[in-house]
Design a protein around this ligand. Sequence first.
Ligand code: SF4
Length: 668
Amino acid sequence: MRYAETGFNLEIDLSRGNIERVETDPKETELYLGGLGTNAKILWDRVPPEVEPFSPDNLLIFSAGLLCGTPAPGCNRTIVTTVSPQTRLMAFSMMGGFWAPELKYAGYDKVIIRGKSPNLVYLWINNDKVEIRDASHLKGKGAVETQELIQQELDEPKAQVAAIGLAGENRVYMASIEQGRSSASRQGIGAVMGDKNVKAIVVRGTKDINVAQPDEFLELCNEVLEYIKFRNENPIPGVMTILQGLGSPQEMATHDEKWHTENFMWGNSRVRRKDFWNEEIAKEWKETMESMQTRLISCYNCPMKCGATITPPGQTTYMMKCFSKLTYTMAAFSNLAFGLGIAQKATEYGVDGFSTPQVMAFALELYENGILTDQDMPGMPSDNEGRFLWLLDRIVRREGIGDVLANGTYWAAKEIGNGAEEYAHNNIKKHEQLPLKLSMLNPIYFLMYCTGEKINITQIEGQFPQAPYPKREDREAFVKDWFQVPDEKFKQYFLDWELRGENSMPYYPTVQMCCDIVDWQERMHYIDDALGMCSGLSSFPLKPPYHMHNYPKFISAGAGLDMDEDKLTQAARRYRTLVRANNIRRGMRRKDEKPPEDHWKKRFPELEAELLDTYYKFKGWNNQGIPTKESLHELGLDYVSEDFVQREILKDNEGTPSKETLAEKEKK
Ligand code: SF4
């Protein structure tokens, strides 16, 4: 019997119209867990690097995490994997909501889509009955609107619908997949769904999931719920509001946006408004939020209620996601009412709330600097808010300049030329990043930014505080109940971290300590992404309810795998390396692993090189970031090194850099 997982994937070939229910190998679950882990393995096995994002041979994989559908609180993530048109690398965007548990209850762990449909279709997965249905009547419909129309059409109000809007249909690189109360937004996965001509995937499931040791599992769940309650009643003192509690940083229940508005950049990620937040704005924004907020909501089986449904005047209701609450407002130097209104349109169009405002602000910056002219922007309104709405419409329709901007700032700047590339200044791995420009290098975040392959905001957040506490007694108080650390040494790292002097940034935490911290933070993200856990309850906040000590117990009692901390660490390292291997095979190298030039004002090139050298070594990668034969062997990934040798990415004699590596080194 299979526990926690169903043991079956749904394979759909759109070109041939073929649907198959395929039993999976339990050995793969032992090695790669599920969710992201097994997605990475499937992509490795079946999508060689020659396959382009918009090729019928590219796969689009929707996976429920290993523990989704069990009673584990907050375990509801769908992990969507494909080759990204934006980065040309492996994408693994997540969404919360209700879709993943529903898929499990329908009897599947993953939906694997290949090929392309000749016409627009939607997939209807109703337990054992699976159909490819015509969706021509849904062409051009909004992503949220589509969800409602399909539920009505099928007379299935409980069906969960993941849909794209106009942006996905038009293969806009920022296109998202929207679903109930969440979305998978990063890396243009909605564009791949549009390219395959799939408007929506609809799921209804009424079966059960087996849990290996139900009593033990429920006890663990209760411990988590009790801890959530405790933490809500006892927020962490001394850190900014968003770090005091659990959940994602949506701040729908609280309205204190001082930290975000004054520390993140406005416009095209360039302007910091240090004294923006005052009493008047706090009052105005609170009134705006309270007048438009319909109710606070949660994803499946989560008590956090960290999201909200929003109804702007004259517009339909939508779910506000995460930091999108502020992105449009800040890009347009406008107010919250404008931000919430345009976000409704953007949600229906189905676009990433992080990249899209940056792309629009980038276009206006080019216009203000004469790189784009009136000829490029015929009929654009003269007011800033009007311009944002005008640009959004053009981008999702790929009309005029919108067709160029629809490829994101990196590719658009290349196409526009004439100095535009200097304005696309906030990218890593060809993708728009967090609109942050800070003063002095933070070595921990440097490593997370450089080596992160998830390309989203949470990849650079973790369980170690972002900055030292000025007073030793506060640090002592913090470490007292910090039981989540995987090793006691992390407490000492934090205790000795000072604001100034010898033990301050950028040389403290030391390079070795930074490697330990980044490795821990990253490990937790990767475990979440295989299990389907919301990072808001695990890898994202300080002192979360899920951590390195209780996760093995959850996996043992839930999935029936014989798991302990070492084995879990090893499994996470294995599929984390496999994600990297997919990207290395697609050409990613050290040259791609750098934060934006002006991300910090004060940079330390020698220290940065040492950080990367040491971290690569620590991870078992060579100085180009390529996993070595030895480390691949240790992880049971010899098939990867064989492929690398065949492609001359690695030399046969382990550790020796390949011709390509040496040439790149010389160029530098
Ligand atoms: S913490 Fe928030 S985002 Fe995460 S599962 Fe709960 S409600 Fe959803």
